[in-house]
Design a protein around this ligand. Sequence first.
Ligand code: ADP
Ligand code: ZN
Ligand code: ZN
Length: 749
Amino acid sequence: MYAKVIVDINASALDRVFDYRVPDGMALSAGWRVKIPFGAKTAEGYILSIEESSSVPEEKIRDIIEPLEDYPALLPHMLELAEEICERFHCTKSVALRLMIPAQMRGSRVRVKTETTARCVLSGEALEQYSASIGKRAVRKKILLSYLSDGEEHSLKDIRGIVRDPNPLLEEMRQEGAVTVSQREVNRKPAVFPQDPKEVTLTPEQEEVMAELSDALLRCDRQPNQVLKRCFLLHGVTGSGKTEVYMRLARECLKRDKSVIVLVPEIALTAQMVDWFEGRFGSLAAILHSRLTPGERFDEWRRIRRGEARVIIGARSAVFAPVEKLGAVIVDEEHEPSFFSESFPQYDARQIALSRAGRENAILLLGSATPSIYSFAMARKGEYVLLEMPRRINGRDLPAVYIADMRKELSLGNRSIFSAVLKERLRRAVKSGQQAILFLNRRGYASSVTCRSCGATVKCPRCDVAMAYHKSDGLLHCHYCGETVPLPRKCPVCGSESIRTVGIGTQKVEEEVKRLFPDVKTLRMDFDTTRTQNAHQEIINAFRSRQAQVLIGTQMIAKGLDFPQVSLVGAVLADLSLTMPDYRAAERTFQLLVQVAGRAGRANVPGSVVIQTYQPDHYAIAASVSQDYREFFENEFSRRRKQLYPPFTIIARFLVEADDGAAAKAAADQLAEKTKAFFETEKLQKRLLFLRSDEAPISYIDNRFRAQVLMKLLNHPESEKAMARLSEWSGQTEHHISISFEINPASLA
Ligand code: ADP
Ligand code: ZN
Ligand code: ZN
């Protein structure tokens, strides 16, 4: 027998199938990972198929050395998915296959963890006889025997708690035939805080949504080949009980002996969603996110692969979870940019989910209070089935939103970061014992340090960005590369001493709250306070148990959190996300504001929201007052049509990075020429609406200069094919210039 093997080395020259002989007695099939001889060395490889013959001359074929696991790591449908990814992204097979197993599994950098256990095999009379045979002075042996005499398996760790240095004793007892010593696998389970959500009766709206979804599952079972509409978009306002729908759908899947994958934005994973799922599904649930240790991730992955865990909750990459009978993929907060991969291949987890659903006969449920423009457009076209839950649970109202015009505040002489209204409402909330959330999408204390004489801003020595001042350590931080420098006393350009910090960050907001309300306890949740593994969870738990009255944070606090006692939400400066160099700035702003507003008034206290802004008339801000998604959608959709933005077009760019600015720019110019010529020879000019080579908005990061070739293409199958070809030009060139090709990238910085 011969195996067709993909060698796990990412090089285009090796991106083909190699034949290896399967030694007699080695039972292998497609999807196994194997150790193989490769040149003078050994390598790891994936078996794509097993064949009876090979066209390679017998003497040139070498034997597989050994399997790397005792099971096939890749399921057949995952091999097919890898094939599709290669085609779509023009990547090598090994790159696509690597997405599907935990990184550390390659090169055996993580192993199954075992522990030694001992068990007494004697009982009844035999046990008594043996016990009597132990000399009076062998006290430790007696103690150990009585500990083990329950016949259970005890770990060496526990045994050490009973007697010191038990190994020689255990060995002695083993030789005397009284105990057996063995190894057992231990499961590294990530820390969870299961919270059993109370069993509720579904609202009529939830019932209706569930009826549709159950019906779809039924159709998948009965007529697997005829299910046309597999994708559902659940548009439910904040607090409409979407999570309950997800849990019911998961339960439906389990009832049908199927598994479910729940994708959530990375940050929501540390929030209560996981706790609820853990509470309801116990050990049937598995978690996959970036904060797991390699061992934890590997063990969770194996629990899924063995079918022990059937409800998988995870970030983007969990879409590759090795489940065998997929019933549904659920994507919560589907509008979040984090479902796009930032590294090559830049897949969209929602697209992969849809592809898996089709291939594995499952359904896809996308949920959001503020669906992405793309998904909602698909639903309106009838490609996705639209499900709506327009009301909050128990008929609670959406919180009333007040817009504080900061231009007016300024003209009235208020230079504080809080408008009069926000200050007053904050005072009332804390006085009456309620909780408040203050949201500002920027960490640190001040966003930059500027010279009042010459106007210069202190920039990172390595990046083309202003450095933010962090009061906690008194240093200037670069939020792109992490560089820190001391706060200069004088302007680095003109030497003037009148330099000052401008712009606010979460640290400043916290300081201001403490100054206004000295007795009020605050918590801050941002990148800086959540570096340790369970920090998110600890902050959330502290706030939920009311150890603090005011929570200040970045967009981390905008999502998925259900704090019943929060009556006031303040968006300290809503404009920050509007000024991003990105066609989605309005969409992001609206989504963030609605999400953060949705944290208020979730239980019995009515909620209020204050949005502070310098642009109260912007349609993204105005629509967040009514929290009217459709109003926003219509505005944004027609703007995109007029300005030729996605979903009407595709935005793509080559990002060129080089050690030298001129080299980057020259390479970009060259690429632009090449691109233009390509569209001409392929006779596709009419698909190309715009092409321009330029410096990137941030012209260098981490000492690498950045230039770009930005293009807009008509949304058309021909454009997609063209882009697949263009993506082949990405890679490293000899002068340490790297080129990456991005399609609708999550950030256009
Ligand atoms: P969303 O995700 O839509 O913002 P959640 O799923 O967080 O909303 O639900 C909001 C609150 O309503 C939660 O506290 C949840 O436990 C509760 N809830 C959900 N469904 C019901 C129901 N049918 N009856 C009573 N309470 C419910
Ligand atoms: Zn100066
Ligand atoms: Zn930097």
